[in-house]
Design a protein around this ligand. Sequence first.
Ligand code: ADP
Ligand code: MG
Ligand code: ZN
Length: 610
Amino acid sequence: MAEMTKYDVLKTYFGYDTFRDGQEVLTDALLSGRDVLGIMPTGAGKSLCYQIPALMLPGITLVVSPLISLMKDQVSALNQAGIHAAYLNSSLTPGQYAKALENMIRGVYKIVYVAPERLMTDRFLQAVSRIQISMVSVDEAHCISQWGQDFRPSYVRISDFIRRLSPRPVVGAFTATATKEVREDILTLLELEDPAMLTTGFDRKNLRFEVERPKDKMRAVMAYVSARRQDCGIIYCITRKTVEDVCSQLIREGFSATRYHAGLSDEERKKNQDDFIYDRCRIMVATNAFGMGIDKSDVRYVIHYNMPKNIESYYQEAGRAGRDGLPSECILYYSGQDVVTNQFLIDQMNGTEDMDETTRELIRERERERLKKMTFYCMTNECLREYILRYFGEYGANYCGNCSNCLTQFEEKDVTQTARCLLGCIMESARAYGMTMIVDTVRGSKNAKITRCRMDENPYYGSCKEIPVYQLRQILNHLVLSGFLILTEDAYPVLGLTQKARDVLDGSVPVLMKAAKERPKASVESKAGKSSAKTMDGPVDEGLFEKLRALRMELARKEKIPPYIVFSDKTLVHMCLIRPASKSEMLQVSGVGEMKFKKYGEAFLQAINE
Ligand code: ADP
Ligand code: MG
Ligand code: ZN
């Protein structure tokens, strides 16, 4: 192995021709003995950054990973690629654990995944004292920080473990969480030495973002999935009950669906998850309990049946689509009720026992703020991708061309007249009110609150009678987003004017708003029956694709591994496009390396050339 270059390793074991953004820099650093901290979004390909050096360094690499399911998935992918790897965690019987340790000492494995709790056990320490550890790679490194979402106390002791190794191995840390606090915790608590640090962009160009407001969400889901019967997808719902409703409706209509939420037994959850991962079910309907550690690469769409509680959750969940880099869709079905439900859930939040009431209220406050930003996402007429990236502190082009706002033709409307009524109404009010009160006033509503607050005496009362409520809200949102108004951060947010607003009121500044035109209905129907994966690189023979897919399923069943571990969708698409007729041609296919060829090459060649 010593004479292989990193490019050879990439091609031979993983079947890829080129490194992705950031992978090469981190690989090189580790190979030169320098610690690294890699911050890359989910699906960017962090594993390869340490797996390639692991194969090239003289000794063994330990990978610390927080989740049993992640370890299992990664180890089986490595084994498939012909790499000797194993995991050590509580899912093994004592006999299996002893055997794996013994193999490790005998040098059978190049890469060993280990749960953080195991590191400081006498048995493990004794075992590692007898072998050469070249590298320790800490996956999901944000688990070390109390600022992160998934704090794991045993991660804090990783540095103790590393200090006991002599010579000190090179240390790599990898995560998708980029906030400043988390990053600093990783650097100090892991005691990284002059690490090479790399953050790649958070943008996932292959994901299309859409926000819709269907009148009937259930019908919208049915229409969407009928147009994509071949694709795998996840449908996230906010409550268990909604999960049950949507899932049973899908099954009733003949779709291949299963479900996942905290109300099911461990056993059933595991079974349903496996059904989805192993392609026995195409659609997973779930609460946010589903997904941690799901590496399934061919999820073609993620639908949010309800708006989630914040952008962090949304981007993480939506980001489970398209990990193989093929075009995939992230669709959010918004309704006003979702805001109410989320607010209710925030009010119910209790935090953990060691928090006092002040801390709890602080946390609820932060959550309300995040919810507001999530709601703005559903309202904005701007580029959705831009909105998300800006939330994470990145700035991109104002127009991505691959989100529902950019795709529906933007129409610049002059809304100065209505804006003046709204701003004037706010200026003339005796005190500050929220959006509902202002909208009701300009609409001329006669409800009790209006009369009690004497808003019917406001000069702008009834000034926008003919304009629908949703449009008034859109314009108010626009005024907030573009700095004509501010919305306070309280539990009952109220509106206030800015200097910019006064320029509108005195007639010197117009208000222009990009408004989306009605979307043409055809977009859903035109894709009917097609798998979205196949539309990317030009026309693909559907018959052949389905045939290869069936073959993949058959092989996967035999070996009891998930189909995407045999070959990804992307690899199958590539096969359909270049139709390899020989071994050397087959090796040109992205995702086919020597090892995979040995296992599956002939079978696929035969299927293609029949
Ligand atoms: P992360 O841990 O960053 O979320 P993974 O390491 O699980 O991402 O990789 C995501 C997917 O990208 C996997 O299916 C992997 O095989 C694929 N991948 C990684 N590197 C490359 C590459 N250089 N070329 C093509 N595909 C890659
Ligand atoms: Mg990973
Ligand atoms: Zn866009």
